[in-house]
Design a protein. Structure first.
Length: 455
C-alpha cells in the first residue's frame, strides 16, 4: 500500500483575526502546520502533499521542507476542492490520507489504526466525541449504527446538532475513489463551498462501505479555528510535554506551570520550578535545577548546575556545577566553564568565563574572555563599545577585579593581577601587579558642613 498524505492549509483562518496565515500560528513554539507535517513524516508515506492558498509564499518559506509536494489552491472553494488540487498527480491505486493543517495534535498511532480499516472498507474516517465545541461536522448513523453521512454544523437541524460524535477532518481512501466522489460533490450549501465531508454520503449512496474510528483521546483531534481554541490546544500540548518529562524522571513543581516551546532534553534528577519557559532546543544535564520564572533559549546546561529564579539565558553553554542568578541575564555566544558563579543583576554577552570564576553582583561583561579562578567585584563593567565598534577584554587566570571597575576595551589584564576597586583601566595590566587607576583620597581637616538657614 503506497500512502500519499494530503494536508490542507490553504485557508486564511478568518476567525483568527490575524494577517498571519492560520497554519503558521505557533503551537508550542512551532507552526501548527509543522506539527501536522511532523506527524505525517512519522507514518513514512510515499509523498506528503500540502495544499496552500492564502499566504502561499509565506507558508512554504516557513516550512522549508524539501521533501514536500506543494499544490496551489488559488481560490478557497472548500475542503473538497482543496483535496482535488493534489489528486491529479496521485496514482489511482495509492491510498490518500487527508489531514487538516489546523488539527495539530494527532498521534501517528491513531492514524495507523485508521489506515488498517481500509482492508475492510472503501473509506475510513476518524471521529471523536465532543460537547460544546463549535463548528464541527456531525456524524449521522442509521439505526444499526452504520455511518450515513456528515452534516456540517451550519447545515444541521436541531436533531442533528444534538449528535455528539464529530468529524475530526481525517479520512482515507484510495485515490481512484476520492477522485470519483469529489467529481460528484456540489456546492449547493449555505457556504457555497465544496465540502470534502460530502464524500461520505456519496460513498454510502454508491454502496461503498464506510467505517468510522472513534478516537478515544478526543483532545488529540482538537482543531484551531480561533485564538481561544489555539490557547486550548496549546495547554493540551503543554500538558503532554509535562507528562513526557515526568515520565523521564523530571520533578516538576507544578506540571501545569511549565512551557516547552521546542525540544527539551533532560538528564536524571532534573528539577524544574514553576513558570519556567524553554524555547528552541535546550539540554539539561543530570541534577540540574531550574528556578522559578526562568527562561532558557537554545541553551546547554551541565550536570549539577543550579539556575536560580528569574534568570534569562539565551544561546549559551553553561558548564557543570555552576550557580546562575537569581536575576542573571546571559546572552548569546556565552560559554561558562565548570563551577562558575554568576550572581544577581549580572549581564554577560558573547563572553567566555573559565572554571571557578565568579561574577557575583551587578556587572556587565561583553566581548570578554575570562580565564580560570577570576574574581570580578560588584559593579564591574567592560566598556566594549566605542560608539562604532566592539572591542575585546581579556582577563587572565586568577585576576582579582575590585568592585566598580571599568575596563575600557581593548584591554588585557595579565595573570594574577589585582585591580583596585573603582579603577578605570585603559591600559594593559601586566601579570601579578596591582593596578590602581583612581583619584587619590585627600583629607580636609576641620571641615564644617554647611548649615541650614534658621527661620
Ligand atoms: C472542517 C470539517 C468539519 C470538521 C472540522 C474538524 C469540512 C467541510 N468541514 O470544518 O466537518 O468537523 O473541520 O476540525 O471539511 N482549507 C483549504 N481550502 C479551503 C478550505 C479549507 O485548504 O478551500 C483548509 C483550511 O486551511 C484548514 C482545513 O482545510 O486547515 C479545514 O478548514 P476549516 O475551514 O477550518 O474547516 P472547519 O470549518 O473547521
Ligand atoms: Ca478547522
Amino acid at each position: 500500500m503506497k500512502l500519499e498524505i494530503v494536508i490542507l492549509a490553504a485557508g486564511q483562518g478568518t476567525r483568527m483575526h490575524s494577517d498571519l496565515p492560520k497554519v503558521l500560528h505557533p503551537l508550542a513554539g512551532k507552526p501548527l502546520l509543522g506539527h501536522v507535517i511532523g506527524c505525517a513524516h512519522a507514518l513514512s508515506p510515499h509523498n506528503i502533499h500540502v495544499v496552500t492558498g492564502y499566504g502561499t509564499e509565506q507558508v512554504r518559506a516557513a516550512v522549508g521542507d524539501e521533501s514536500i509536494c506543494w499544490h496551489l489552491q488559488e481560490h478557497q472553494r472548500g475542503t473538497g476542492h482543496a483535496v482535488q488540487q493534489a489528486l491529479p498527480g496521485i496514482a489511482d491505486e495509492h491510498v490518500v490520507l487527508v489531514l487538516y493543517g489546523d488539527v495539530p495534535l494527532l498521534e501517528p498511532a491513531t492514524l495507523q489504526r485508521l489506515l488498517q480499516g481500509l482492508s475492510r472498507c472503501e473509506l475510513v474516517l476518524l471521529t471523536a466525541e465532543f460537547e460544546g465545541v463549535e463548528g464541527l461536522g456531525r456524524i449521522v448513523r442509521d439505526a444499526e449504527g452504520r455511518v450515513l453521512r456528515i452534516v456540517e454544523q451550519c447545515e444541521a437541524d436541531p436533531d442533528t446538532l444534538a449528535i455528539r460524535e464529530m468529524n475530526t477532518g481525517v479520512l482515507a481512501a484510495r485515490a481512484a475513489r476520492l477522485k470519483q466522489w469529489l467529481g460528484q460533490v456540489g456546492n449547493d450549501n449555505t457556504q457555497k463551498e465544496f465540502y470534502l465531508t460530502d464524500c461520505i454520503g456519496l460513498a454510502v449512496e454508491g454502496g461503498h462501505p464506510v467505517e468510522a474510528l472513534l478516537c478515544e483521546d478526543a483532545e488529540t483531534t482538537l482543531g484551531v479555528n480561533d485564538k481561544a481554541q489555539l490557547a486550548q490546544v496549546e495547554r493540551a500540548c503543554q500538558r503532554r510535554a509535562a507528562r513526557r518529562l515526568m515520565d523521564q524522571g523530571v520533578t516538576l513543581m507544578d506540571p501545569a506551570r511549565i512551557d516547552v516551546r521546542g525540544e527539551l532534553q533532560v538528564g536524571r534528577d532534573v528539577e524544574i520550578d514553576v513558570n519556567a519557559v524553554f524555547e528552541g532546543c535546550n539540554r539539561l544535564g543530570d541534577g540540574v535545577r531550574v528556578g522559578a520564572h526562568s527562561v532558557l533559549i537554545n541553551t546547554t546546561v551541565g550536570a549539577g548546575t543550579r539556575i536560580h529564579a528569574s534568570s534569562h539565558i539565551e544561546e549559551a553553554e553553561i558548564g557543570s556545577e555552576c550557580s546562575i542568578g537569581p536575576f542573571a541575564r546571559i546572552r548569546p555566544q556565552t560559554h561558562l566553564g565548570d563551577h562558575v558563579k554568576v550572581g544577581n543583576f549580572v549581564e554577560i554577552k558573547k563572553s567566555g568565563i573559565g572554571a571557578n570564576s565568579k561574577v557575583n553582583h551587578l556587572s556587565y561583561l561583553g566581548d570578554a574572555e575570562l580565564g580560570a579562578g577570576v574574581n570580578v567585584g560588584a559593579g564591574t563593567i567592560t566598556c566594549n563599545y566605542d560608539g562604532a565598534r566592539k572591542h575585546r577584554t581579556v582577563i587572565s587566570d586568577r585576576v582579582f577585579v575590585g568592585s566598580d571597575t571599568q575596563l575600557v576595551a581593548p584591554v588585557v589584564v595579565g595573570e594574577g593581577a589585582t585591580i583596585a576597586a573603582g579603577s578605570t583601566i585603559t591600559k594593559d595590566v601586566p601579570a601579578d601587579v596591582l593596578a590602581v587607576a583612581r583619584s587619590k583620597q585627600v583629607t580636609v581637616q576641620h571641615w564644617k558642613r554647611p548649615e541650614k538657614d534658621k527661620k
